[in-house]
Design a binder for this molecule. Structure first.
Ligand code: FE2
Length: 303
């Protein structure tokens, strides 16, 4: 079990006790024909808004992956068609799930190059609110990066590592690595800092915040440091971790995490906002965004 509230919920994992669907691997039919005109219209709104924002902000691998896939504004993508293209490029498939799935089911899918994607879409009244990852987050945010061979290998290795981390009791540390790479990772390119994390790439507001706002820290990625770092599930991140190159994930996909877990577990946990003297600081954040929010919450309590 994870020990801290901030680590209890993560993209792709169900709360304990969630009701399983009839198949043991939690997959369901996407039910593409059942999407309503309103569902497709919500997708279109999200797609167009995000597509305008991402040039110059998303990394080259994301843009290339998006271009090569059958993903467009006019309709929610068909997972079978996505899988045909993905399979040819990197051997991945997209499988439909009803929402969050248990850790071991999630890891098993990833370890076998199947990406579980929510088949539902958020309501038009809640474009920026996401309780569970929906088809827009999972397909628009994650699937383009699965076209990249490095990310394809890295996420499979994460699935294999997840099954192992469960046995070692190190899921908390592993989840933080996923969070600060696959979901909220930034990467340096020759032309500037870029987004590769799906949690950012699928969010209109966080796309702008993560790259341009003076508030968050942007720190060089370091494995054990990230394993120790708590994260925000309820708001923008207070720190983002930056890769020098996407290829750095290749090495991460190949190393044995077990010694790193042990060293990380012996060191203190870190708050999401902390900056250490040993950090490679890309941008030191002002912390203003979260400080203002904390102050407002305090005033509410005392009102
Ligand atoms: Fe996600």
């Amino acid at each position: 079990m994870q020990s801290s509230p901030a680590d209890l919920v993560k993209h792709g994992a169900a709360a304990p006790g969630a009701t399983p669907p009839s198949r043991a691997d939690w997959t369901i039919d996407q039910g593409w024909a059942s999407y309503s005109a309103a569902d497709h219209a919500t997708w279109k709104t999200l797609f167009e808004r995000q597509t305008q924002l991402l040039p110059g902000r998303a990394c080259d691998a994301f843009v290339q992956g998006m271009r090569a896939l059958p993903i467009a504004a006019d309709r929610i993508p068909d997972f079978e068609r996505l899988s045909e293209v993905l399979m040819r490029h990197t051997g991945w498939q997209v499988v439909a799930v009803p929402g969050l799935v248990p850790d071991e089911v999630f890891f098993e899918h990833l370890a076998n190059r199947r990406f579980p994607a929510g088949n539902f879409i958020r309501s038009p009244q809640q474009l920026d609110y996401l309780q569970e990852p929906d088809v827009f987050h999972d397909v628009f945010g994650h699937v383009p990066m699965l076209m990249n061979p490095v990310i394809a290998d890295y996420i499979q290795a994460y699935g294999v590592g997840g099954l192992r981390a469960q046995k070692l009791g190190r899921l908390k540390e592993l989840a933080r690595v996923y969070w600060y790479t696959v979901e909220f990772g930034l990467v340096k390119q020759a032309d500037g800092l870029r987004i590769y994390g799906a949690g950012i790439a699928s969010s209109f507001t966080e796309t702008q915040f993560a790259l341009a706002d003076p508030s968050p820290n942007r720190l060089g990625f370091e494995l054990e440091r990230v394993m120790r770092t708590r994260y925000r599930i309820d708001d923008f991140q207070e720190s983002y971790f930056v890769l020098d190159d996407l290829d750095d994930l290749l090495a991460l996909a190949q190393i044995d995490f077990a010694p790193a877990y042990q060293r990380a577990a012996l060191a203190a946990e870190l708050e999401p906002s902390e900056v250490l003297p040993s950090d490679r600081v890309v941008t030191r954040g002002t912390g203003l965004y979260h400080a203002v929010k904390r102050e407002a919450q305090l005033q509410e309590v005392h009102a």
